[in-house]
Write a protein that binds this ligand. Structure first.
Ligand SMILES: Cc1ncc(COP(=O)(O)O)c(C=O)c1O
Ligand SMILES: Nc1c(O)cccc1C(=O)C[C@H](N)C(=O)O
Length: 427
């Protein structure tokens, strides 16, 4: 915290007045009186996403089967078209990205494609803090190949339970490692890993490396092609606001174009020969080759509208505001909640934080429930984390200020003590 920090409401209002992105808030449906700080779990609906979904439904109504080739967004090429529009967000070329599948399915696809165990090089390198779905996917990939995950899946431990050290990850990149899969931003603590450094280290050792971008896409800029990242995968329903279960995305560096997909299907095909229906697959010479079956058009459609907003706002401006808002939130926490048992789960430097603030507290589960009753939507992640995500497209500084005011009241009045120390079904 700087000495000159001003915790007043007037300051929050002034920050809103100076904010050149504040107009984007009008694009979203925001529940009156509710402070939504959970856009890193499920982003809010924008009017453009809603319109794009309605347009897709109308195309189905109006064109029937011809919707595959006719209408404003022909379905046959929608996945590639959306990939092209997503590419600037991940720092890739247009044909290195495709919108398809889900995070977990895309990880299965990319592991099936890039994991090539040979002789003593059989291990997959991951970490102890990653999202469980990634671990389950990697464990099952090993099992399919008759390898014991206990022996072949390395999970680099955390020294403090919240963060990872790049040097520990690099030290684990041994000659036994055949594949590396890491998160860009850790889902619980919000730590941002140094993807450039990790990729360079993996390349030096000849190990393919991929990243789970669920908690960074739409929140921070990436330079995947330039860094030489081999592959990446993500969901579009968090910062990209594409709706619950919205179609995910993947990136494959162009040096791998021409590789056969580990999990093939007829949508892996080169478009011009797909309807020849030949039993020999001719994979697309782009990231499109890593699709499997018919695209989920209605689940992808909201992204058409969402990506327009990102093109207009620009990811660099969004990151700048996000850093300013998370810094403001951290300053308020330090100033207003000192001595109340809170600490930050992530490093505090800008270049090592993603888009959310991770508050660690022994009473996290009860405080989270209390916050919800007070109209602030956080999420709780067991055992002791409260995640708070101001979203640059729609959260105001005044809301951040008000959320901390309510949190302070909850702590002062010990309002959380009325709740059971037990998480909800979807926490
Ligand atoms: C980092 C991370 N990886 C994977 C997933 C799983 O994504 P999905 O359920 O869309 O496959 C999530 C969120 O659920 C996540 O946050
Ligand atoms: N995908 C989710 C869902 O279907 C229900 C509740 C939460 C989620 C999430 O996305 C959780 C999220 N991956 C996380 O960062 O914890």
């Amino acid at each position: 915290m700087t000495r000159s920090f001003d915790p007043s409401l007037e300051k929050a209002k002034a920050l809103d007045r100076e904010d050149d992105l504040s107009g984007f808030r009008e694009e979203f449906y925001i529940r009156e009186g509710n402070i939504y700080l959970d856009g890193n779990s499920l982003g809010l609906m924008s009017k453009r996403a809603e319109a794009a979904l309605s347009e897709a439904v109308a195309a189905w109504r109006d064109y029937g089967i011809d919707g595959w080739t006719d209408g404003k967004y022909p379905w046959f090429t929608l996945s590639e078209w959306l990939g092209e529009k997503t590419a600037p967000l991940v720092g890739a070329e247009a044909d290195e990205v495709v919108v398809t599948g889900s995070t977990t399915v895309n990880l299965h696809q990319l592991t099936s494609t890039f994991y090539r165990p040979v002789e003593n090089r059989t291990k997959i390198l991951a970490d102890a803090l990653t999202f469980p779905s990634d671990i389950y996917a990697l464990q099952s990939q090993l099992q399919i190949r008759g390898l014991d995950p206990e022996e072949h899946l390395i999970r680099v431990p955390s020294r403090d339970g919240h963060t990872l050290r790049e040097e520990d990850l690099i030290a684990a990149m041994t000659e036994e490692v055949a594949l590396i899969v890491l998160p860009s931003v850790l889902y619980r603590s919000g730590q941002l890993l140094d993807m450039k450094r990790l990729t360079a280290a993996a390349k030096e050792r000849g190990i393919p490396i991929g990243f789970d971008l669920c908690h960074s896409i739409g929140a921070i800029p990436h330079r995947l092609s330039e860094w030489g990242v081999d592959f990446a995968f993500w969901c579009n329903y968090k910062y990209l606001n594409s709706g619950p279960g919205g179609t995910g995305g993947l990136y494959v560096h162009r040096k791998h174009f021409g590789r056969s997909p580990g999990l093939a299907g007829w949508f892996s095909s080169r478009k011009d020969v797909q309807f020849d229906m030949d039993h020999r697959l001719t994979p697309a010479a782009t990231a499109g080759a890593f699709q499997i079956g018919t695209p989920h058009i209605l689940s992808a459609a909201p992204l058409i509208g969402s990506l327009e907003l990102f093109a207009e706002a620009g990811i660099d401006r969004l990151r700048k505001k996000s850093l300013s808002q998370t810094r403001y939130l951290m300053d308020l926490v330090e100033h207003e909640l000192a001595g109340m048992g809170f600490s930050f789960g992530h490093p505090t430097e800008d270049e090592r934080r993603g888009g959310h603030v991770c508050l660690v507290h022994d009473e996290a589960v009860r405080i989270s429930k209390s916050l919800k009753e007070y109209g602030v939507v956080p999420d709780f992640r067991a055992p002791d984390v409260i995640r708070l995500a101001p979203i640059a497209l729609y959260t105001s500084y005044t809301e951040v200020w008000e959320a901390v005011r309510r949190l302070k009241k909850i702590m002062e009045e010990k309002h959380y003590e009325k709740y059971e120390k037990k998480r909800g079904v979807v926490a």
